[in-house]
Write a protein that binds this ligand. Structure first.
Ligand SMILES: [Zn+2]
Length: 206
């Protein structure tokens, strides 16, 4: 991959996370290295953590179920926080489903006493915030990048494997100074990650 124009790259291992800050107008490229790997994405106003990307507030703002090329994601104060400026992927970026968490894995049959700790995007968010010396007493719903939760016309969903290929990527531009957390979703109990959670790369562009 062309390294020109990258000010910082962060490798995120399978089931891992990363947190970082973006200045307004700075761009970040998110890369699915092996294919079929969703990225849970959160962004917070760097001046007020209680203003953050909100899927519930984005959908009425754009009148779509998730942003497409050129659309922004909005905060719970109904301001643009990031904008999708380049998309080299099938363009499936769900805004319906909450982050996976310990309760989701229990719901699917995981037993911590029997099976041990299951990585999850909710814990990854709070670890990422802690790395920035931040904390939040709840978990906003993430924007589920590269996630193929297919909505049928009758209102039902199907959890399908992502159609991303190795190296597929998207670029978001910050619309305000913000803190970002990304999680390489560890979901291995259904098709969300094609049953094989993989690594991702974050490139902050110059
Ligand atoms: Zn997850």
């Amino acid at each position: 991959m062309n390294q020109i124009g990258i000010s910082r790259a962060i490798e995120v291992e399978a089931r891992g996370y990363a947190s970082f800050s973006l200045k307004c107008n700075e761009r970040v490229r998110l890369i699915d290295l092996n294919g079929a790997q969703p990225i849970d994405f959160w962004a917070f106003n760097s001046a007020n953590i209680f203003e953050h990307l909100s899927c519930e507030h984005t959908k009425p703002s754009i009148e779509k179920v998730y942003p497409g090329l050129g659309d922004a994601a909005y905060t719970n104060h109904r301001r643009a926080v990031v904008r999708l400026v380049e998309d080299n992927s099938p363009g499936q970026h769900d805004m319906q489903f909450a982050a996976c968490d310990v309760y989701r894995y229990r719901q699917l049959g995981w037993d911590e006493d029997r099976d041990g700790y299951h990585h999850n995007c909710q814990d990854n968010l709070h670890k990422g915030l802690a790395d920035l010396d931040l904390s939040l007493p709840y978990t906003p719903q993430p924007w589920n990048l590269f996630t193929n939760f297919f909505l049928y016309a009758d209102g039902t969903f199907e959890i399908k494997a992502p159609e991303t290929s190795p190296g597929d990527n998207m670029t978001l531009q910050a619309e305000m100074d913000c803190f970002v957390v990304v999680s390489a979703c560890p979901q291995d109990m259904n098709a969300t990650c094609g049953n094989q959670p993989g690594p991702v790369r974050v490139e902050i562009l110059e």
